[in-house]
Design a protein around this ligand. Structure first.
Ligand SMILES: Nc1nc2c(ncn2[C@@H]2O[C@H](COP(=O)(O)OP(=O)(O)OP(=O)(O)O)[C@@H](O)[C@H]2O)c(=O)[nH]1
Ligand SMILES: [Mg+2]
Length: 301
């Protein structure tokens, strides 16, 4: 366990050093003053927590400070940590009980979809599940190659089609193939698309409809991959994808290379989505179940 904790700490170094570490220095043996709240507000916004979530946190903490009669900033520190923790959901490993369980992965260009799928395939395989990858990013030949490399590396089968072909068709074939082969988990890699491009968002809706046609109830999970380095922008992306398709979770990629880990707090607060997995590095085992406690202590301490 110590290992996992260290890994989170190490991956959160940028977020801690650039932003939350400064918040931690506000807390000491001093008295809570008006200025403390102003500084806290400013630092939370700088930390990509987002204006709405920041104001919510400040309000809630101010109320509790009055209610409990707290006077010292060090008391405020544990209060804010626990209120921040309340903004996060501790996820459990998603249920993979449907045979097959179809998981659709979407997001903007370069957010980390294909890499996250490769890591998820390895994770589920380690859990004893049979996994099939579907290359529904048919825009670029390189995208298909990239997923093929992951399939080979992890040792799982893959369904592909020609570059430029219909992403719905390969999705359909992939799910049908998984059903007939008795596969446990199907991971569908979709093309990166800007959430502002109408046609591309219509296309992903179609891919979802095809999945449902291939297997009623599919996709069982639909996750958006958010690049943590984009901070608050990622929220607008998630909102737009959520309007197009029925998302039930987020994967936070590149937490290790971002100073903007504060955006995590807004995901549940503003979008109602749980963060299920987090990318803590480049290695195959670096996609981990989001850990609320490790996250909070990793950014502050
Ligand atoms: N450090 C780090 N790098 C990551 C992580 N996840 C993805 N990357 C890197 O981010 C880059 C883009 O990842 P991809 O998986 O290709 O992203 P994508 O969303 O599939 O991209 P498109 O298919 O082009 O839309 C690659 O260089 C990955 O190695 C992570 O958790 N940590
Ligand atoms: Mg990709």
């Amino acid at each position: 366990m110590a290992n996992i904790f260290d890994k989170w700490r190490e991956s959160l170094a940028k977020t801690r050093d650039v932003t939350f570490g400064k918040i931690a220095t506000l807390f000491g043996a001093t008295e809570i003053e008006d200025e403390t709240w102003d500084q806290l507000e400013e630092l939370l916004i700088q930390a990509d927590v987002g204006v709405r979530t920041t104001l919510y946190l400040i309000d809630t903490c101010q109320e509790k400070v009055d209610e409990l009669g707290l006077t010292k900033t060090e008391q405020l520190k544990s209060l804010i940590k626990s209120e921040m923790s309340n903004l996060l959901i501790q996820p459990e490993e998603p249920e993979l009980n449907d045979h097959p369980t179809v998981i659709m992965v979407a997001g903007v260009n370069g957010s980390g979809k294909t890499t996250s799928i490769g890591k998820l395939a390895a994770r589920y395989k380690r859990m004893g599940k049979s996994v099939l990858l579907v290359a529904a990013d048919t825009y670029r030949a390189a995208a298909i190659d990239q997923l093929e490399i992951w399939a080979e590396r992890v040792g799982v089968p893959i369904i592909t089609s020609q570059q430029g072909s219909d992403p719905g068709a390969v999705t359909y074939d992939g799910i049908k193939s998984a059903v007939s082969r008795g596969i446990d988990v199907v991971l569908i890699d979709t093309a990166g698309r800007l959430h502002t491009r109408y046609n591309l968002m219509e296309e992903i809706k179609k891919v979802y409809r095809v999945a449902e046609k291939a297997l009623p109830g599919a996709p069982h999970h639909s996750w958006i991959v958010l690049d943590t380095t984009t901070g608050q922008n990622a929220l607008q992306q998630a909102e737009a994808f959520g309007k197009a398709v029925n998302l039930n979770g987020a994967i936070l990629a590149k937490l290790d290379s971002s100073a903007k880990g504060g955006m995590v707090f807004a995901i549940k607060d503003q979008l109602g989505l749980p963060v299920i997995y987090a990318g803590l590095g480049e290695k195959i085992e670096d996609l981990q179940l989001f850990n609320r406690d490790s996250f909070i202590s990793g950014i502050f301490d």
